[in-house]
Design a protein around this ligand. Structure first.
Ligand SMILES: Nc1ncnc2c1ncn2[C@@H]1O[C@H](COP(=O)(O)OP(=O)(O)O)[C@@H](O)[C@H]1O
Ligand SMILES: [Mg+2]
Length: 397
């Protein structure tokens, strides 16, 4: 039998002890007491599911006690015991929130089944509460995801718009740099100050450029070109691109490729960006002497690309957040917090999934599952249209 935490309150000691003994024989061992006051003091200390409560008691009577119980512990169910033919009391009790009432003399089987019913009601209510809670959580999650998606789209659009003025600033800065090198300005006053300012401008452009580049990668627009891709080649190319950075940090990169690994139908440029983002993160996280392993396997109709490092790992509380836009633990000069956001967007756009596992202090693995064949979904193409007004009308997060 399920564990029912029962409290039995009656001022008639003999009656009470007899019932309690018989209940115990049936697997329910109740707490017991002889007054309403004692009942309340026990409830302060113990977790109780069901109270069986005599109505006629000296001091605080059953109905008063019931009021106190329902006010303070609304989840507790109360079964009242009324005197012989005192139906009126019982009805009053139900109005005050009692589960039910039984008239004395009470038959044990009857009492037992009422207790079980009351307990069942508590269980059902608990289940309902849990369901409501998980529904609310799911809804919240959906809202968050939606907001992140529209934020990303907006950010990508802004990046696109910023790219043009950024190019003009960049060109002008380059022109000024050339100008400063000319003979006619050799004796220019405070020339060094100008050069220093120019240097700052160039660094700023660089940083802004990196951000817009990442954001635009997220949109991917028309460059979403599908063709037969040899992932092994993409891995080789990407490794070549970041090899220098890895060598500088004395981080070794090894590849484990399933020899039967063929080609997949996907977007080569976007896959390259995925790899470079993952590898760059791994290099950042891995100290001298560390190792990065790239694994390519075929699993049924899917391919799995794993990037595993022996780096610092990701704390549990950050694991869910690393894919959020602008989430970064790096200094502003080093991280944009967009790498994994963009990476996930690309992978999902290509019909795949990305997962992360990490042990703090030991290393991190990112798993990218990609379908062998992928048809671009219409809805994903629709997402490519940049609709600022729509987003603003919907309301920003
Ligand atoms: N391989 C990894 N090892 C440890 N932490 C990582 C790794 N990859 C990503 N992270 C964490 O996730 C954060 C977000 O990554 P990302 O979106 O690429 O942005 P960024 O690299 O610009 O900070 C990083 O700042 C880092 O804290
Ligand atoms: Mg990154």
């Amino acid at each position: 039998m399920e564990n029912i935490r029962l409290l039995f309150i009656d001022d008639e000691v003999n009656f009470r002890e007899t019932v309690v003994k018989r209940l115990a024989k049936r697997g329910i061992v109740p707490e017991q007491a002889g007054s309403g006051e004692e009942c309340l003091s026990i409830l302060e200390k113990r977790d109780i599911d069901v109270v069986v409560l005599d109505i006629k008691m000296p001091g605080m009577n059953g109905i008063e006690t019931l009021h106190h119980i329902k006010e303070k512990y609304p989840k507790i169910e109360v079964i009242l015991l009324t005197g012989y033919a005192a139906t009126q009391d019982g009805v009053e009790g139900i109005k005050a929130g009692a589960f039910d009432y039984l008239s004395k003399p009470v038959e044990l089987e009857h009492l037992l089944s009422k207790i079980k019913q009351a307990h069942e009601k508590i269980r059902r209510m608990e289940e309902k509460r849990r369901e409501a809670k998980s529904r609310a959580r799911m809804k919240q999650q959906m809202i968050t995801t939606e907001r992140l998606a529209s934020l990303g789209t907006l950010a990508a659009g802004v990046a696109h718009e910023i790219n043009n003025p950024l190019a003009i600033i960049n060109e002008s800065a380059g022109w000024m740099e050339l100008l400063l090198k000319k003979e006619e300005l050799a004796e220019m006053p405070r020339k060094q100050d100008f050069e220093m300012a120019l240097d700052k401008i160039k660094k700023g452009i660089d940083r802004a450029g990196r951000i817009t580049h990442q954001l635009l990668g997220f949109v991917g627009k028309s460059d979403s070109v599908l063709s037969e891709v040899d992932l092994k080649e993409v891995v080789d190319e990407s490794v070549q691109l970041i090899n220098r950075e890895a060598a500088d940090k004395k981080v070794e990169i090894v590849q484990e490729v399933d020899p039967s690994f063929g080609t997949i139908w996907s977007d080569i440029n976007q896959l390259r960006q995925v790899l470079i983002n993952l590898l760059t993160n791994s290099i950042h996280a891995t100290g001298s002497g560390g190792k990065i392993t790239i694994i390519l396997e075929r699993v049924g109709e899917e391919v799995v690309l794993t990037v595993r490092d022996t780096g610092e790992g990701i704390p549990k509380e950050n694991l869910e957040r690393v894919f959020e836009p602008f989430f970064s633990t790096k200094s502003p000069g080093k991280g944009t917090g967009l790498g994994l956001f963009v990476t996930r967007s690309i992978v999902e756009k290509l019909g795949g999934k990305i997962k992360v596992e990490s042990r703090l202090g030991h290393g991190t693995s990112f798993f990218v599952n990609l379908p062998k064949y992928h048809e671009i979904k219409e809805e994903l193409e629709e997402n490519d249209h940049f609709d600022v007004l729509g987003i603003i009308n919907k309301g920003l997060p």
